[in-house]
Design a protein around this ligand. Structure first.
Ligand code: NAG
Length: 313
């Protein structure tokens, strides 16, 4: 092999979403509003849950962790994308690209496993209500959270290890607004067949398997809820439908992107918008508008904050 010729490409050109001025302005407005709203909404959820002892239960702790992860999900690609929107020359360095892929997959993989943990939590609450607090103890919660981050990290590193040393020698245009494995691998000047398979086997598999596990567990929970229909179960049903909405929004784009990555579909980059912009925004919307306990707690938090201010003025 001719080592000297390798890696002459040190940065990539991101073609972005669109070059039409009118659409750029629209995209700028929509993305900025969604980004700011999901950051504020998710931070408000974390703050409300941590500060309100009425909400110190496994379900809300997991929700706070999901919101925390979502602030990460929306911050990895979106700010740079918004910043790049009106620039003629949109570039990202090789290291920037690798960093982006690392964080996207660590945080994304963690979120997937966390969704399974949240489904498990609902399963215990609904199907074994008497043992709920003994099974979902604080220790168990912390163990499960550590597990989600470990799996997310392994998932990410396992793919990255194979691509960090890929040779690039010319092609550097990526038809996307952020870096991800399918398009990144395509630009390498080597036989990428094995790598393409690896991405399908890892990212494709984890999205399909997680989606499958979630669908099966929600069907199972729904059947159980229907068997003992009561007042409590209608509340359970509304929490469940919130979870299911998030799951569908998150996984349909993921599966399209990773299970069929080669050839990469042009629609991929638009579907990715759902994962990086819309899903992180869904949580606050679903959990604050539809959950009475959350609404009451947020009101308490806001009133307390204002009283606190008056006290100092
Ligand atoms: C995540 O959950 C743990 C325990 O279940 C909790 O102590 C912690 O505050 C949560 N983290 C966030 C950021 O909400």
């Amino acid at each position: 092999m001719d080592g000297g010729n390798h890696s002459v490409v040190s940065e990539f050109v991101l073609l972005g979403l669109t070059n039409s001025r009118g659409v750029q302005i629209l995209v700028f407005l929509v993305f900025t509003v969604f980004y700011v709203a999901s950051m504020l909404g998710n931070l408000l959820i974390v703050l409300t849950i941590i500060s309100d002892h009425h909400l110190h239960s496994p379900m809300y702790f997991l929700l706070a962790n999901l919101s925390f992860i979502d602030t990460g999900v929306s911050s990895i690609a979106t700010p740079k994308m918004i910043y790049d929107l009106f620039r003629k020359h949109r570039v990202i360095s090789l290291n920037g690209c690798i960093t982006q892929m690392f964080f996207i997959h660590t945080v994304g993989g963690t979120e997937m496993v966390l969704l399974i943990v949240m489904a498990y939590d609902r399963y215990i609450a609904i199907c074994k209500p008497l043992h709920y607090l003994t099974i979902m103890s604080l220790r168990m919660c912390i163990f499960l959270l550590a597990l989600t981050w470990t799996i997310g990290l392994i998932h990410s590193v396992a793919q990255l290890a194979f691509v960090v040393n890929l040779p690039f020698c010319g092609a550097n245009k990526m038809d996307s607004f952020y870096c991800d494995f399918p398009r990144f691998i395509k630009l390498a000047c080597t036989d990428t067949y094995t790598l393409e398979f690896l991405v399908i086997a890892n990212s494709g598999f984890i999205s399909m398997a997680t989606f499958f596990i979630l669908v099966v567990s929600y069907i199972f929970i729904l059947i159980t809820v229907r068997k003992h229909s009561s007042g409590a179960s209608s509340k359970a049903l509304s929490t469940l439908s919130a979870h299911i909405t998030v799951v569908v929004f998150f996984f349909v784009p993921c599966i399209t992107i990773y299970v069929w990555p080669f050839p990469t579909l042009p629609i991929d980059k638009f579907l990715a918008i759902f994962d990086v912009i819309i899903t992180p925004f869904m949580n606050p919307v679903i959990y604050t508008l539809r959950n009475k306990e959350m609404k009451v707690a947020m009101r308490r938090l806001i009133i307390r904050t204002f009283k606190f201010q008056k006290f100092f003025n």
